[in-house]
Design a protein around this ligand. Structure first.
Ligand code: NAP
Length: 281
């Protein structure tokens, strides 16, 4: 079984991006810029944003974090986004989720210019992805896609099963696999025979949030299995895949932690660079 080492693959990707940023600097005499807006004191969000800033600096991007207290008015945030939209030194804007209840998430997402939407959440990017056009792609599914392609570069005609249909993970994952000519089944909490559906997959991507939901006898021999889930349990952090059982059946499997997680930030940096390059065309 191939243990898909997301940490190593993400590191390689970050090295490639670092080189690309140096070349862009030589060509344009400037570097891509990422601005993150962080609202409130949510501890996981603080950690995520710190990691994003650190990684952005490491590859040579110009990075900035704008912090607001929980009590900030929605208008202040929207006005700031407008200002960043107009700022040529800002290639990508990310507003860290979740937001306080009084701030309308959709309004925030739709205020970010689609061309600076490094999270790929703007309806324009969602539409472009589903139409097969150039777009920013949400970072976690993009990371999963890159991991799958490392194991199997040609996905033509493969059967893929995506477990979970969130806008963040399941739906964009489905679009990426469709683009690669997979036959995709997308499943969710109302799916009748989840085990039966999973058993058909040459590729399984699980993004659910239920510890070890996908068992060994749900997986076809030699399937590629990608575990997006991050679940805190008594035995530590586990994914949505029953790792020990599935590792005996699968051809390749991502661990949790150390699989998909590290790819997410690397893909955020990749998206920022792509936004910059498109803005220079
Ligand atoms: P979400 O928005 O809560 O969506 C979960 C999806 O799972 C929903 O579509 C839901 O179906 C489906 N589901 C729930 N119970 C199910 C069941 N018993 N059988 C089949 N499907 C079921 O979650 P998310 O934001 O996509 O996140 C999923 C997991 O990924 C979480 O553990 C999260 O922490 C993790 N995550 C990891 C990363 C990373 O970088 N590695 C990034 C983001 C998220 P319905 O639509 O029918 O409700």
């Amino acid at each position: 079984m191939i243990l898909i080492d997301g940490k190593k693959i993400a590191l390689e990707l970050r090295e490639e991006l670092k080189e690309e940023v140096s070349k862009l600097k030589l060509k344009y005499n400037k570097v891509p810029g990422l601005t993150v807006i962080l609202i409130g004191e949510d501890p996981p969000s603080q950690i995520y944003v710190r990691n994003k800033e650190k990684s952005a600096n490491e590859v040579g991007l110009k990075s900035e974090v704008i912090r607001y207290p929980d009590s900030v008015e929605e208008k202040t945030v929207l006005d700031k986004i407008d200002e960043l939209n107009k700022d040529e030194s800002v290639s990508g804007i990310l507003v860290q989720l979740p937001l306080p209840k009084h701030i309308d998430k959709q309004k925030v997402i739709e205020t970010i210019l689609p061309s600076k939407d490094v999270d790929g959440f703007h309806p324009m990017n969602v539409g472009n992805l589903s139409s097969g056009y150039e777009s920013s792609v949400p970072c976690t599914p993009l990371g999963c896609y890159l991991l799958i392609k490392k194991i199997e570069p040609n996905l033509n005609g493969k059967k893929a099963v995506v477990v979970g249909r969130s806008n963040l993970n399941g739906k964009p994952m489905t679009q990426l696999l469709l683009k690669e000519n997979c036959t995709v089944t997308i499943t969710h909490s109302k799916t009748k025979d989840l085990k039966g559906e999973c058993l058909k997959g040459d590729i399984i991507v699980a993004a659910v949030g239920i510890p070890e939901l996908v068992k060994g006898d749900w997986v076809k021999k030699d399937a590629i299995v990608i575990d997006v889930g991050i679940n805190k349990t008594d035995k530590g952090i586990v994914g949505d895949i029953a790792f020990d059982e599935v590792s005996k059946i699968a051809k390749a499997l991502t661990p949790v932690p150390g699989g998909v997680g590290p790819m997410t930030i690397a893909c955020l940096l990749k998206n920022t660079i792509e936004c910059f390059k498109r803005s220079q065309k």
